[in-house]
Design a protein around this ligand. Structure first.
Ligand SMILES: NC(=O)c1ccc[n+]([C@@H]2O[C@H](COP(=O)([O-])OP(=O)(O)OC[C@H]3O[C@@H](n4cnc5c(N)ncnc54)[C@H](O)[C@@H]3O)[C@@H](O)[C@H]2O)c1
Length: 324
């Protein structure tokens, strides 16, 4: 697996190890965290390699989950050229490996390949509406080229490919300060701060809990002959304002919000058509937003409490609490 130290990759590692697989996790730790894998390091079936997918890799494997790529705008816009490289060269390197060792390869693609969609909800047959020169293009277009490379290696070299178009996913181990709406709201609510809403808050998103998503990825990887893209996401749509209210309900307290302008190219509506996932994989999300939020809030509450304890102990030792 590439990108195994990240949010989704660490949950996927949990699942694959629980099923008795040997997992080799490649990661350059750009957005991935060792803390996400700490609980797996003693597992004899688990190996971590510090590796950048922009460089070739030779390792004997029979399945490759290619997840390596920063997923949030803050991180993928930090070094946009590197984002394009991770998607294009990274996917190319993994395809070369898949071809060489005869492995099946699953690409973590994204709903972002639909851009600001003119069709709603989006089926896999929709080709998208993407700005090729905007600030999100490094990610959106990078992922589109990755799908193209996958499809060409399949057509030309018969590499056994799977393409998962992942929609907004949330859950424990999400990054905290990366501007993604669920973690943003939760951290702001836990700190008693106002929740930041971009635009009117009427734009909609669908949120899939990470365990459901991982289940979809594993089903897709193991489904025979499904080489066309498959949407994986939760079709239940919420406005961002509704999400803010749900978060506050779980955390407790009052909903206080501040409004900021919508970032450039931010899509106004996004909702997966998951007919294909239902028919091909027998998959659909099972975890309701309210339940998923309880688990995610619980995780962030513990993480913030650990952070506060560490800061306090630094103060006790004469240090600054702000170094964290
Ligand atoms: N989380 C979502 O809602 C979502 C939605 C759509 C698609 N995806 C895709 O799923 C995958 C995982 O997303 P995530 O949310 O876990 O993000 P994440 O940022 O937590 O994880 C990405 C991982 O890839 C690693 N990485 C990045 N560039 C690398 C490189 N060049 N070489 C090696 N490792 C590298 C990072 O260090 C990190 O561990 C990504 O490909 C992302 O585009 C995620």
């Amino acid at each position: 697996m590439t990108g195994g130290a990240g949010f989704i990759g660490s949950h996927l590692s949990d699942r694959l190890l629980a099923e008795g697989h040997h997992v080799v996790c490649l990661d350059n730790f750009f957005t991935g965290r060792r803390a996400n894998l700490e609980h797996l390091l003693d597992n004899a079936g688990f190996e971590v390699m510090h590796h950048d997918v922009c460089e070739p890799m030779f390792v004997e494997v029979d399945q490759i989950y290619n997840l390596a790529c920063p997923a949030s705008p803050v991180h993928y816009q930090y070094n946009p050229v590197k984002t394009v490289k991770s998607n294009v060269m990274g996917t190319l390197n993994m395809l070369v490996l898949a071809k060489r060792v005869g492995a099946r390869i699953l690409q973590a693609s994204t709903s972002e390949i639909y851009g600001d969609p003119t069709v709603h909800p989006q089926p896999e047959t929709y080709w998208g509406n993407v700005n090729t020169t905007g600030p999100r293009a490094c990610y959106d277009e990078g992922k589109r080229v990755a799908e193209t490379l996958m499809s060409d290696y399949h057509r030309e070299d018969h590499v056994d490919i799977r393409i998962a178009r992942i929609f907004n996913t949330y859950g424990p181990r999400m990054a905290e300060n990366d501007g993604r709406v669920v973690s943003n709201f939760i951290v702001q609510a836990l700190r008693g701060q106002e929740l930041t809403l971009y635009g009117t808050g009427e734009q909609t998103r669908s949120f899939c809990y990470v365990d459901d998503l991982v289940d979809g990825l594993v089903r897709l990887m193991n489904a025979e002959g499904r080489t066309e893209p498959v949407n994986l996401g939760n079709p239940v749509e919420f406005t961002i304002k509704e999400l803010a209210e749900e978060v506050v309900k779980v955390v407790g307290g009052e909903t206080r919000v501040t409004y900021r302008p919508l970032p450039e190219d931010d899509p106004t509506q996004r909702q997966p058509d998951i007919t294909r996932a239902r028919e091909w994989l027998g998959w659909e999300p099972r975890i309701q937003l309210a339940d998923g939020l309880v688990r995610t809030v619980d995780y962030f509450r513990q993480r913030l409490a650990r952070r506060n304890r560490a800061a306090l102990s630094r103060v006790d030792q004469g240090g600054s609490p702000l170094l964290d």
